[in-house]
Design a protein around this ligand. Sequence first.
Ligand code: NDP
Ligand code: 2IT
Length: 445
Amino acid sequence: MSYLQEVLEEVKKRNPGEIEFHQAVEEVLISLAPVIEKHPEYKNIALIERFVEPERVVMFRVPWLDDQGKVHVNRGFRVQFNSAIGPYKGGLRFHPSVYLGIIKFLGFEQILKNSLTGLPIGGGKGGSDFDPKGKTDTEVMKFCQSFMNELYRHIGQDLDVPAGDIGVGAREVGYLFGQYKKIKNQHEAGVLTGKGLAYGGSLARKEATGFGLIYFVREMLAAHGMDYKDKTVVISGAGNVAIYACQKAQEYGAKVIAMCDSSGYILDEEGIKLDTVKQLKEVERKRIKEYVNIHTNAKYFEGQQGIWTIPCDIALPCATQNDIQLENAKKLVENRVKAIGEGANMPCTNEAVEYFLENNVLLAPAKAANAGGVATSALEMSQNSMRLHWSFEEVNEKLDHIMVNIFKASQSAAKEYGMPGNYVAGANIAGFLKVADAMMSQGIV
Ligand code: NDP
Ligand code: 2IT
């Protein structure tokens, strides 16, 4: 058995039941084989064994009172995975499916993603099995305050800097920040990112993940002689990432025809009217099916998975993990999809990724393609440290530049290690080499 295979088997044995974590580790370790061949010294210092083991895991009780006075108990998590290149950095996810295996997969991916940004941020992730859906503002606030009553001990602007993810947006970050400030009696702006603009947030952070995805895919298409003009695009999700991916794709002349939430999808052959989606999702917090009441030409289909049966040139999964499974991948290829851009984290199963690559579909992997969000979070931290604000244009320009660099790094690593055009392997290798170098330099810690 090879060194990497041994480590993978050990990960599965030591972390029983954490299937998403196994999946994420497997995908990365497979692509590191040529790196280990070139650097046999990594084995002697157990570099990979250390890389797959979080530096620290915190799990805690989050009790809160609903509006009727009933007590609920949720579970909170923060996984501080790797601090080799900077303070732990990564979002918080509030979703009923959250358990340790999900947070560990996200934290593990975040190490390499953050490395790819070229900015000084380590990898971490957190969250809770709390479901914000159907809760009142007061209930969400009380939950966030209780969550922070424990989390504050473990975070700080030079220690660990959380942000949003599924179910955590500006509203939740605001309540979390308010409670942190109350406990610490200090306006430590850089402790959280994705903040409101009135108290230290960065312009363009809200747009950053979606815009960044579109910039990365633009570079990938260009490298293969294509662009967005008149391309048909299908986007899963209707949250933060999906909305701003849609906006930028439309600006580049693409025709986005479908979006979804976890209940079902809308198909608008004339092109999605994004203002309606923003109003329904960002303002009213309603379901996507309401869209067809406003635009009667559009159709709504119950069930989210059917979205992948729609013929399109570019598919952008921006909802959640394992959204595109092998069967969906086969259907997309049959319908002649040209490119996949992963806006969500691990939205394609490993089998689906393999199938796309075998069938010469361009694939922009999540840890490279959605890194614009965390990169802009790091720019928010910089602005907080300097106590100043950059304009929207300035941040957006920096973001574009970062995405171009991430594409180039993934492209050249893929080429150097004998897999040209395989941006999945390229991103894993480019991200890993910097982390490995930093870990090597810092001794056995
Ligand atoms: P939001 O909470 O804003 O939106 C999530 C969207 O995905 C909603 O439309 C939601 O539908 C849908 N969704 C969530 N879970 C499921 C599910 N199990 N099945 C089907 N649809 C689902 O989250 P974000 O847009 O912020 O995050 C989307 C993805 O992007 C996640 O994978 C996240 O990790 C990743 N990401 C986010 C970044 C950020 O800056 N926000 C940065 C990089 C990656 P519903 O409302 O019905 O639940
Ligand atoms: O998955 C991700 O990169 C995020 N949810 C954003 C993390 C961040 O710290 O901005």
